[in-house]
Design a binder for this molecule. Structure first.
Ligand code: PMP
Length: 349
């Protein structure tokens, strides 16, 4: 028997969602329904004749552009092949054997997996009855072995936000040595005026980092670019932990072109948010009960009925993300895809 760590064999395998039948709409991975912008395609095509070379190791231009965009120091930025990789870097740099990492549950499914891969102990803290982070309970879960806390705002899969007031009160209870990572994968869709702004907290607290991605609002999920904005010493360690050359040259070019196209992307974001509001209202009119979501997805708390509801959606050619015994998360897609989902949801009620 080859020596491998037992915990690895027990980890769930990351699943991309139920396979789509021909003609089905894929609403399972919180992807952007819009095709890439022509300017982004042009930037990627322009990079093709350089793919015999490694990318810029430090991603200097993209780092500089992000630093400028957020008015932070380039040394406070660490990039990775998607923010899931950066989340892994944060865990590896902070927590090892016997250390604890706290996060709300249910939340992004990668947190407990990455924590266990690092040999550390996941500490999931149940959401409140209204699908929100229970920050009092999360503060109470802190022990001398706590190294990291993930706060997912808006939360995947429920779409609920963490308010600035809640995060302020929470941070007052967190020891200065514990890093709090605000995962803002869906921040661009968040129009809740009470929601915490991770960047403001980063500026005012020495133990806060923010996690962002180009996969959602920027529509570059397939190219894999994410980053942390973190205290300089933390960001430097993330670069030590990170795989060299993880962010390809094509991905760097596409990310830069996307930063250049902010106003076009903003229009798309507004359309997705408008669709989210339309679909939420239509579901409620039809009799569904659901909390307000501030991401690009909705959460149906279907409990023991989850498998049946997911089956009805599937029969209508709608591929959603079902969490057995808990609920179904459905991405906001194109208006046509959303209409298909609404017809399926009406049938499932
Ligand atoms: N954080 C959250 C909350 C997510 O939902 C996701 C994607 N599902 C990620 C991080 C990772 O996204 P990516 O690796 O594509 O940047």
């Amino acid at each position: 028997m080859i020596h491998q760590r037992d915990v690895i064999g027990r980890l769930p395998v990351y699943k991309p969602g139920r396979p789509a039948a021909p003609g089905a709409v894929k609403l399972s991975s919180n992807e952007n329904p819009f095709p890439p912008l022509p300017s982004v395609v042009d930037a990627v095509v322009a990079g093709l004749d350089g793919i015999q070379r490694y990318p810029d190791l430090g991603a200097a231009e993209l780092t500089r552009r992000l630093a400028e965009h957020y008015d932070v120091d380039p040394g406070e930025i660490a990039l990775g092949a998607g923010s899931v990789e950066v989340a892994g870097q944060l865990i590896h740099a902070s927590a090892g054997d016997g250390d604890e990492v706290i996060f709300a549950w249910r939340s992004f499914e990668a947190y407990p997996i990455l924590v266990q891969v690092a040999g550390a102990t996941p500490v999931p803290v149940p959401l409140t009855a209204d699908e929100r982070h229970d920050l009092d309970a999360m503060a109470a879960a802190i022990t001398p072995r706590t190294r990291l806390v993930f706060v997912c705002n808006p939360n995947n899969p429920t779409g609920a936000t963490v308010t600035a007031e809640e995060l302020t009160a929470f941070l007052a209870k967190v020891p200065a040595e514990v890093l709090v990572v605000v995962d803002e994968a869906y921040v661009h869709f968040d129009d809740d005026p009470r929601s915490a702004n991770g960047l403001e907290f980063f500026r005012n607290h020495p133990n806060v980092a923010v996690l962002h991605t180009f996969s959602k609002a920027y529509g570059l999920a397939g190219l894999r670019v994410g980053y942390a904005i973190a205290p300089a010493a933390v960001a430097a360690n993330l670069r030590r932990v990170g795989v060299p050359f993880a962010v390809s040259d094509l991905a760097q070019r596409a990310a830069i072109a996307s930063l250049d196209a902010e106003s076009e992307l903003e229009l798309r974001i507004r359309e997705i948010v408008a669709e989210r509001q339309r679909v939420t209202a239509a579901l409620r009119d039809g009799g569904w009960r659901l909390v307000d979501s501030f991401g690009n997805f909705l959460w149906l708390r279907t409990g023991d009925d989850t498998e049946r509801v997911d089956g009805v959606l599937h029969a209508h050619g709608v591929v959603a993300r079902a969490f057995a015994g808990e609920g179904v998360r459905v991405t906001i897609g194109s208006p046509e895809a959303n209409d298909r989902f609404l017809a399926a949801a009406a049938d499932a009620l």
